[in-house]
Ligand binder design. Structure first.
Ligand code: FE
Length: 193
């Protein structure tokens, strides 16, 4: 009987340990408030198409934008707004650019600012599209201490939209891992040039 109780306690503590380990892994890989993206990757188009009715979207204009979230909410699709303007994070392995290796350029889905070139994208297996290098004129960084973690948030330099976080566990040549949300990105394939 006593052995049975001891075994049960041990089993319960191991189970708790496994749950905690899983949660820690999940949080350390970009976790913030999670939202459920109702669209599956195959149902999404390769462009976020946020610029159809977006007067601020431009791939050439580098002028800093100062647009309120109230206005962005009227312009952007809900899933783009939630991530880019309210710093939510899409669920891992759900973003359309996670398992995606076409050649081309990545732009901000909110304002069209250039962010990444596909040649810096790598398979990180973390569940989010990852790059080892960003366009230095495309992004800015901000210290993020939310959720009890010390992280560096990556934002669009032109419109201040949330893109994701950057970590120092990436591959050469930079050793950086820009862990991005697909919803904040807009892809233009080289084939369309
Ligand atoms: Fe932007």
């Amino acid at each position: 009987m006593e052995i049975g109780i001891l075994f049960l306690r041990k089993f319960t503590s191991m189970k708790n340990l496994l749950i905690l380990t899983f949660m820690n892994f999940f949080l350390s890989h970009c976790a913030q408030k999670k939202i459920d993206l109702t669209q599956k990757p195959e149902q999404q188009t390769m462009e976020n198409s946020t610029h159809t009715n977006n007067p601020y979207y431009s791939r050439t204009d580098k002028t800093k934008l100062n647009v309120s979230n109230e206005e962005w909410r009227k312009i952007l699709p809900p899933e783009v707004y939630a991530i880019a303007r309210e710093a939510n994070t899409e669920y891992p392995f759900t973003g359309k650019y996670n398992d995606f290796d076409e050649l081309g350029e990545y732009y901000c889905a909110v304002c069209g600012n250039h962010l990444f070139r596909s040649s810096s994208k790598f398979a990180s297996s973390c569940g989010w599209p990852s790059f080892y290098e960003a366009d230095k004129d495309g992004v800015i960084y901000k210290r993020d201490t939310s959720h009890g973690m010390e992280r560096i948030e990556v934002l669009c330099k032109r419109c201040d939209s949330h893109l994701g976080h950057v970590f120092n566990d990436g591959p050469p040549p930079t050793g950086m891992r820009f862990c991005m949300n697909s919803a904040s990105l807009d892809f233009e394939p080289d084939s369309r040039k």
